[in-house]
Design a protein. Structure first.
Length: 210
């Protein structure tokens, strides 16, 4: 039984490391894509992926520490609370920045221009990758219920939904290039990301993200 738990734990950690390895390119590539278009959704997506990467690293470090050290319950709870606070603050800052971006775009409407193909490609790949991790973490939590696995499942579920919204928003800037409808869809995508980040802060405050 101990061996089986050890194997399952190794599978979980390997999955988390793989997720980090795949996510590290997100901020880099979306940062490049951001210089190719002035779509507000692309800027918001860059902020989102950067913050998500930091969250993944924080959760992995906490999981790794707790898996390798025998700690008392109150000490473990303190670690959870500290990590949760850090994550909430970082996500909160990103949410405020995204809302400010959306407000600026609302008060000074401009039809999106530039090349959105790179950002659209990353969003599509993100949809596939995040969807697969969503299923894996749900399976891990069903096999052996664990708060971190449940939190990861929720996180990747939300990431998958937001990636779908980003695809629609960026796709509209290509399909409806030069038309005002692309502005409204792009702006809607920015607000969706802002709401997603605010919801993540709410989950952290309710102890549902870690």
């Amino acid at each position: 039984m101990v061996v089986m738990n050890k194997i399952l734990m190794d599978r979980k950690e390997k999955t988390m490391v793989l997720a980090i390895a795949l996510s590290i390119w997100g901020p880099v590539v979306t940062g490049i894509a951001m210089t190719m278009t002035d779509a507000s959704t692309q800027m918001a997506d860059f902020l989102r992926r950067t913050i998500e990467f930091l969250v993944l690293v924080t959760v992995w470090l906490m999981y790794r520490y707790l898996a390798r050290h025998q700690v008392e319950e109150h000490h473990e709870q303190r670690i959870h609370n500290t990590a949760r606070l850090i994550i909430a603050l970082v996500i909160g800052f990103s949410a405020i920045s995204t809302i400010m971006l959306a407000v600026i775009k609302t008060t000074a409407p401009v039809i999106p221009t530039g090349n959105a193909y790179l950002g659209l490609s990353i969003a599509f790949l993100g949809l596939l990758v995040n969807g697969s991790f969503w299923r894996r973490y749900r399976q891990f939590d069903r096999e052996t219920p664990h708060p971190i696995m449940l939190a990861q499942s929720r996180l990747y579920g939300a990431k998958t939904v937001v990636d779908f919204c980003v695809i629609i928003a960026l796709g509209s800037t290509i399909v409806f290039s030069g038309l005002w409808v692309s502005y409204w869809i792009d702006l809607s995508g920015t607000y969706v990301i802002a709401i997603y980040l605010l919801f993540s802060v709410y989950l952290a405050s309710k102890r549902r993200i870690l």
